[in-house]
Ligand binder design. Structure first.
Ligand code: SF4
Ligand code: SF4
Ligand code: F3S
Length: 351
């Protein structure tokens, strides 16, 4: 039987030092909010883990999720780690095509029965018998059911596979559904975002490699470590929000001074994601830092929820928040008010 390299051995073969592996593990452990005494255990478990086979299937998608991961930055330990899972099938990246690619997929599923990780990006078209999106003469749903059957776990990368995303937007002409609408009997972790942050995808894989289980999930199936707080909870413009200082247009003095983008439609208060802390492009920036409000891309139905540029219901500055708008708006405001109250309570506890 051939020896399958562990992550530690493979990283070492690529010239990554033990010190850098430990550094990477410490950063991942911190991202995953592991307790301090678990970090060493995590590093050891990750170094000793065997590279799992990964099958990545693209359905109704735009390739943005793949682009996000592959163009994340220069070669980094994260990308090396991703290289070091055995990515056996990924149509965009693999050299094989046609019958050869099909053979690889079937052989990989057979050889790694019950052990491979199935990654999906894109939603599943169910209209007209699935005819809107077929690969090799079979519908996305058939491919999904076949591959899910013997998978150890499924990772939905992006909002399309997690919640339906853009293809599911009104009027949803292909009757697009998320993976969880089809597969009910497998562990599924959702990593939404349009696209998701590469480090978050890597973090979920690292957790699975090290511990053999998925990280703790929120009620929508997202890892709590990355989706446990709103963008607003950790936004660097938050002091301006708390002071009621808002940019009124994208090029006014307030915008130039970094004031809050709430009145320009920012959905940060109702969006759970790690953009404000993990950021993009190797931790360089995120949409709000570039001067544009968050439009809630990691939330279900974000395309249809409301205009990207309509503000969430108005908060009246003073002793209490008041609802201005219909019941649906009230729900969003409730989330804003709750988040604000929580933050204020945290602040007062610290004082
Ligand atoms: Fe493209 Fe966004 Fe869907 Fe990813 S989630 S495939 S980036 S539309
Ligand atoms: Fe940041 Fe948007 Fe919250 Fe303002 S509303 S603090 S820009 S997340
Ligand atoms: Fe998406 Fe908002 Fe982050 S739009 S990329 S969740 S800041």
């Amino acid at each position: 039987m051939t020896h399958r390299a562990t992550v530690g051995e493979a990283l070492s073969a690529r010239g990554v030092s033990r010190r850098n592996l430990v550094k990477f593990c410490a950063a991942m452990a911190s991202l995953l909010a592991l307790p301090a005494d678990m970090r060493q255990v995590f590093a050891q478990a990750l170094a000793q883990a065997q590279r799992p086979s990964v099958i990545w299937l693209p359905f109704q998608e735009c390739t943005g999720c793949t682009e996000s991961l592959t163009r994340s930055s220069q070669p980094s330990v994260e990308s090396l780690l991703f290289d070091l899972v055995s990515l056996d099938y990924q149509e965009t990246l693999m050299a094989a095509s046609g019958h050869q690619a099909e053979e690889i997929r079937l052989n990989t599923m057979k050889a790694n029965k019950g052990k491979y990780i199935l990654i999906i990006d894109g939603s599943v078209a169910t209209g007209e018998g699935g005819a809107y999106s077929c690969i090799g003469g079979a519908t996305n749903e058939q491919w999904l059911r076949d591959a899910a059957q013997d998978a150890a776990a499924i990772v939905c990368v992006g909002t399309c596979s997690s919640f339906g995303g853009l293809p599911e937007a009104n009027p949803n002409p292909t009757r697009a559904v998320p993976v969880s609408a089809i597969v009910k009997d497998k562990p599924i972790v959702k990593v939404p975002g349009c696209p998701p942050i590469p480090a978050v995808i890597t973090g979920v894989l690292a957790h699975f490699l090290a511990f053999g289980i998925l990280p703790e999930l929120d009620p929508l199936g997202r890892p709590k470590a990355f989706y446990g707080e709103t963008i607003h909870d950790r936004c660097y413009r938050r002091p301006f929000y708390d002071q009621g200082r808002f940019a009124k247009s994208f090029d006014d003095a307030g915008a130039r001074n970094g004031w809050c983008l709430y009145e320009l439609g920012c959905k940060g208060p109702t969006t759970y994601n790690a953009c404000a802390t993990v950021k993009w492009n190797g931790g360089t920036s995120y949409p709000i830092q570039s001067g544009h409000g968050c439009f809630g891309c990691s939330e279900p139905r974000f395309w249809d929820a409301q205009s990207f540029y309509d503000p969430l219901p108005t908060v009246q500055w003073g002793s209490a928040a008041t609802v201005a708008g219909a019941a649906a708006a009230g729900i969003a405001l409730g989330a804003v008010a709750a988040a604000t109250a929580r933050r204020r309570q945290q602040n007062s506890e610290k004082e």
